[in-house]
Write a protein that binds this ligand. Structure first.
Ligand code: PMP
Length: 396
């Protein structure tokens, strides 16, 4: 395709042509039988992807931030204690949102490129009764991956609701919401779910719904209030029409298409494939004498990589040279180090072909700018790593 650019930022991502075609379908009424079926089916499929067979799914027009807002607005009452476990920019955003609804928020912030030690989390939880804690599964500003499982266990031990910001992880990293006992897992459509921006997606546990039902005070956000949205979700799942705010018809048709694609591949296979590609990609990056932001492999996200620029290279110049080879990557986001790193998204239907193109463009741009490494090493490391993991798979 002439002039085709590969969008490799951490959301929005490259979307499947089938999903984009679904977006372009003639818009039907939001109460038409075909749309009622699409909406109902999408809610059902979310439970499979989130691995929350008894969870309550919500699909609402908005972005990932609205899903965060919805969790906070419905679960927080003025004066409640909240604990934010932060590994970057989006942890701080959750604190701002919780504070806005009157929470008394404590934030535990990791060092850049690290996670918050589990002991520090337990120490905080044992110091007073918290109502909720939040985890950013993958903070898109740092590319750090947090293992939510042991934190969710602690939340259960201390009777705290556990909210997972999965905007950069749902359908890209392993999540077993119900088995791990997570009360809310939320995301936005434009990331690993694979649908253009515009949908806030959230699944709440039965426990979260009970806590919400037993509130002493009304939810102070009108648009986010589950009182408005729960009857709508229930109606569509029972294949009845209902109305509160006009659903984003075309986006939901696209969502059904994408969830079917993910479902056909099976979520566990998709996550595994993504992990393999990400590991090979990181091997390629390191072979170019580049340093990634997460301090260890174990906490490096599989949905994106945050990479430091070489010391002697101008970041904006590097990104513009990569763009010259038709690959679009993102700059830094974390204010303290914004100018010293860049980010490459690799989630959704990303393929080895995409990553080969990215590594090749990156190599050429680095060579042009005089960075020292052996030409071809990045691609070689990527291929070797992928071959080795394929071999491992075939012998299992
Ligand atoms: N949380 C995380 C981890 C994110 O990556 C983002 C978006 N980059 C958000 C929240 C906010 O989502 P949105 O931009 O869709 O509002």
């Amino acid at each position: 395709m002439k002039n085709r650019k590969l969008l490799m930022i951490p959301g929005p991502i490259e979307f499947e042509p089938e999903v984009l075609r679904a977006m372009g379908m003639a818009t039907t009424s939001h109460v038409a039988p075909n749309f009622i079926e699409t909406f109902g089916k999408s809610l059902e499929m979310m439970r499979d992807i989130w691995m929350a067979p008894n969870g309550q799914p919500f699909i609402v027009a908005g972005t990932g931030t609205l899903a965060m807002d919805m969790a906070a607005a419905n679960l927080i009452e003025r004066g409640d204690n909240a604990l934010v476990i932060s590994t970057g920019y989006f942890g701080k955003r959750f604190k701002d949102i919780l504070d806005r609804y009157g929470a008394n928020t404590t934030i535990l912030e990791s060092n850049v490129g690290e996670i918050v030690p589990i002991d520090a989390i337990e120490k905080e939880l044992s110091s007073k009764q918290f109502k909720v804690l939040t985890i950013t599964h993958v903070d898109t500003s740092t590319g750090v991956l947090v293992d939510p499982k042991p934190i969710a266990e602690l939340a259960r031990k201390y009777n705290v609701l556990c909210i997972l910001d999965g905007v950069c992880s749902v359908a890209g990293e392993e999540i077993k919401q119900e088995e791990w006992g997570i009360d809310v897992v939320l995301t936005g459509s434009q990331k690993a779910i694979g649908v253009p921006p515009g949908l806030a997606l959230l699944v709440a546990s039965q426990k979260a719904m009970e806590v919400w039902e037993n509130r002493r005070t009304p939810v102070s956000s009108y648009y986010s209030d589950w009182n408005n949205w729960l009857p709508i979700m229930r109606a569509y799942e029972e294949r009845r029409s209902s109305y509160f705010g006009t659903p984003a018809v075309n986006l939901i048709v696209a969502l059904e298409t994408s969830l079917k694609i993910i479902g056909a591949e099976k979520i566990a296979n998709r996550v595994e494939k993504n992990k393999k590609l990400a590991e090979a990609f990181r091997a390629g990056i390191k072979a170019l004498n580049l340093e990634i932001l997460p301090k260890t492999e174990e906490i490096a996200a599989n949905t994106l990589s945050a990479i430091y620029y070489p010391k002697d290279i101008d970041g904006a110049e590097l990104r513009s040279r990569i763009a010259h080879y038709n690959i679009i990557v993102a700059g830094g986001l974390l204010s303290e180090i914004k100018a010293s790193y860049f980010r490459i998204g690799h989630m959704g239907s990303v393929s080895s072909n995409d990553l080969i193109s990215v590594l090749s463009a990156l190599e050429m741009a680095l060579l042009e700018l005089g960075h020292s490494f052996e030409s071809g090493k990045g691609l070689q490391a990527f291929q070797d790593n992928l071959l080795a993991s394929n071999e491992k798979l075939s012998t299992v």
